[in-house]
Design a protein around this ligand. Structure first.
Ligand SMILES: C[S@@+](CC[C@H](N)C(=O)[O-])C[C@H]1O[C@@H](n2cnc3c(N)ncnc32)[C@H](O)[C@@H]1O
Length: 256
């Protein structure tokens, strides 16, 4: 896939086409462990990255069928789900109705959302919009959306996952197959276009847009974990982190 391709345009078409198949394959497992992270569903209770969400305004940023967000409403959060795919949001609507909860769903790209400044206490995603958009656009948008002291928490795939991807064998290996690239755009015509930035690039863009980086958690597959995804082989993901969670706090805005 040429790097000039617009990830947003490509990914909207991909997710609209794939939503039914994706939810059939993974929706049940996501709903069975909704307050959890990544393809191995590591519990939030173990990681504690979101903190107490009761009575907080929370945005799920690339919500898919909003399994995570629906569960957070049960913990007292006021959640809004945003996604650029109407196909995915159709599944979210079904889940919200089935849960008989209140969770507004908004169809828009994460790079240009319709919300007012300082609308949220928490913006989070789990393999959501941060995996598919240019951080130079999403990070300032999150800084705009968050209240002072608000939290940005997102899980993305690691650089290592992409560097060790073998195009011939169609899987991760123990070797590096790609050269280092601080800002990588990877994808194929058949799948999503993913945006992968190095740690240095993430730190610079977060700091440039008024975030303090609180933590970076590299996620290994827990012992005996299973997944419905073919994101990375279990044995590989036991040894090397395929996923990482960034936690940042929005600095207070300057007062005049
Ligand atoms: C892997 S799903 C993540 C949702 C959920 N956590 C899950 O695991 O199913 C990725 C979601 O990100 C959404 N997405 C991709 N690019 C986006 C963008 N530019 N703005 C908003 N959502 C986007 C896709 O439509 C898709 O629903």
């Amino acid at each position: 896939m040429a790097e000039a391709v617009d990830p947003e345009f490509h990914n909207r078409a991909f997710w609209d086409g794939d939503a039914d198949g994706y939810q059939a394959a993974h929706g049940h497992a996501l709903a069975a462990a909704p307050v959890a992270w990544g393809v191995w569903r590591v519990p939030e209770a173990t990681l504690g990255v979101l903190g107490d969400v009761a009575d907080r305004d929370v945005l799920e940023y690339g919500c898919g069928a909003a399994q995570f967000g629906v569960a957070l409403t049960g913990l007292g959060a006021r959640v809004v789900g945003l996604d650029l795919s109407e196909g995915q949001l159709g599944h979210a609507r079904t889940r919200v109705e089935a849960a008989a909860t209140r969770l507004p769903l908004v169809c828009a790209s994460a790079t240009a959302t319709p919300f007012a400044d300082a609308s949220f206490d928490v913006v989070f995603c789990d393999h959501g919009a941060m995996s598919f958009c240019d951080p130079a656009r999403t990070v300032p948008e999150c800084a705009r959306l968050l209240r002072d002291g608000g939290r940005l928490v997102f899980l993305v795939g690691t650089q290592l996952l992409y560097l060790t991807w073998d195009d011939q064998g169609f899987r991760q290996t123990r070797r590096l197959h790609a050269p280092w690239q601080a800002r990588r755009v990877a994808g194929s015509d058949l799948g999503t276009v993913d945006v992968i930035w190095s740690h240095g690039e993430w730190i610079r863009v977060l700091r440039a847009h008024d975030f303090v980086v609180d933590d970076l958690i590299e996620v290994l597959a827990p012992d005996g974990a299973t997944t419905t995804h073919d994101f990375a082989p279990y044995r590989w993901a036991r040894r090397w982190p395929a996923e990482e969670i960034w936690c940042a706090t929005r600095r207070p805005r300057a007062t005049r």
